[in-house]
Design a protein around this ligand. Structure first.
Ligand SMILES: [Zn+2]
Length: 258
């Protein structure tokens, strides 16, 4: 049993017994870890904000190689992100980022680039103008999928490399845009020119800059296309509940805003 230290972001927590908590942390050094925080539900907790979902902190814990749960020894808050998010829309987009990592990543395999992307996305959600939040979420979804080996192809047919159909047809199963011949096999979604332009822009720019792209149009359409793509390639992905909740609250006819 070794005492290890890792920087991480809290994805979610569960109650354990009367006073303790299980905390799921996505760490830079050790991937996804589940920590037992004894006494964490006593008030005041000695861990402060460090165990709240969305918080970024430094976690010191006893690592056991053959165990799924590790005992937390110390937790220090680096950024109490949740306490900086008071608006519902911002909170929903921040939670969508956590949900995506929770569904697409598992195991103690570290992926520093993916961790850094999550931290930058959360910073962007805190700081960006509210109108840019959908662009940040789209950029994050596209770039997480790319880092995990599923980068959608948008510049030529994803199946054969030929020039794209002028109809602008996207296949979630084949991982990108198609030519006329490959599209004839079916299973395609028709994109607007604005949606394709938005997808291309947000796939290639740093997620921290996505906040500059308030002008990205058709974000509701783009989100639906990406979700179809993610559902196809990641079996644990079933859509983002945080964004569905947001759409429900905003009511019918406002899907382009979420
Ligand atoms: Zn083709």
């Amino acid at each position: 049993m070794a005492l290890v230290s890792a920087e991480g972001v809290v994805l979610k927590t569960h109650a354990l017994g009367d006073t303790s908590r299980i905390v799921v942390v996505y760490t830079r050094e050790h991937g996804m870890v589940r920590l037992v925080a004894k006494g964490a539900r006593k008030t005041p907790s000695r861990f402060g904000y460090a165990l709240e979902p969305l918080s970024r902190g430094r976690y010191v814990y006893y690592f056991k190689t053959d165990r799924d749960l590790h005992l937390l020894s110390q937790a220090d808050t680096l950024t109490a992100t949740g306490s900086r998010l008071t608006e519902l829309t911002r909170l929903a987009h921040a939670e969508a980022a956590l949900e995506l990592i929770d569904r697409l990543v598992w195991g103690e395999e570290p992926h520093a680039e993916l961790y850094d992307l999550l931290v930058r996305a959360l910073e962007a959600v805190v700081a960006a103008p509210e109108a840019a939040l959908p662009a940040i979420t789209i950029a994050f979804e596209l770039q997480v999928a790319s880092l995990l080996g599923y980068r959608p192809r948008l510049d030529a047919c994803a199946q054969c490399g030929s020039p794209l159909s002028l109809e602008l047809l996207f296949s979630p199963a084949r991982g990108g845009m198609l030519c006329d011949r490959c599209a004839a096999e079916g299973g395609v979604l028709k994109l607007s020119a604005d949606a394709l332009a938005g997808l291309s822009l947000l796939l290639s720019r740093p997620v921290g800059e996505a906040g500059d792209y308030v002008e990205v149009k058709r974000t509701g359409e783009i989100l639906r296309v990406i979700e179809a793509f993610l559902r196809h390639h990641f079996h644990r992905f079933q859509g983002l509940r945080s964004l569905e909740l947001l759409r429900a609250l905003q009511g019918p006819g406002s899907s382009e805003a979420a």
